[in-house]
Design a protein. Structure first.
Length: 131
């Protein structure tokens, strides 16, 4: 017996117009290498439940949480990109290409700006199961 708690990023729908989806689409257009993880990094609620069941855990409850972040301006959003995994992708561009990439990104993000800033969302799944 035992109880397990699992927290994972939820898969998002491809396409769309969130800041991260726009960034990912632009990286593809620029031929930037996609970051590959050795294990899946996001799941649907059904995939989490199936994974738990495959290890003989019975799902007790699964919750989805949406976290909204607001970035004050596009320069602040750019600074956020230059941290972690996304930094490697951007910094691999030569300086001129990086400047073009940044301007193209900003031109696509400007229509999403609201008076308080740029809104982004992340989705997390929490699941509790028992053997």
């Amino acid at each position: 017996g035992g109880v397990i708690g699992v927290t994972v990023w939820e898969k998002t729908v491809p396409g769309g117009s969130s800041p991260s989806q726009i960034f990912n689409q632009l990286t593809k257009e620029y031929g930037m290498a996609e970051v590959k993880f050795s294990q899946p990094s996001s799941f649907s609620p059904e995939e989490v439940q199936s994974l738990l069941a495959s290890h003989e855990f019975k799902n007790k409850e699964t919750h989805r949480e949406t976290k909204e972040t607001v970035t004050a301006n596009l320069e602040e959003y750019w600074e956020g990109i230059l941290h972690g995994v996304t930094r490697i992708r951007v910094m691999n561009l030569d300086e001129a290409m990086r400047a073009r990439f940044k301007e193209e990104l900003f031109s696509r993000l400007r229509p999403l700006m609201q008076p308080e800033g740029l809104h982004g969302f992340s989705y997390v799944i929490y699941s509790i199961a028992q053997k």
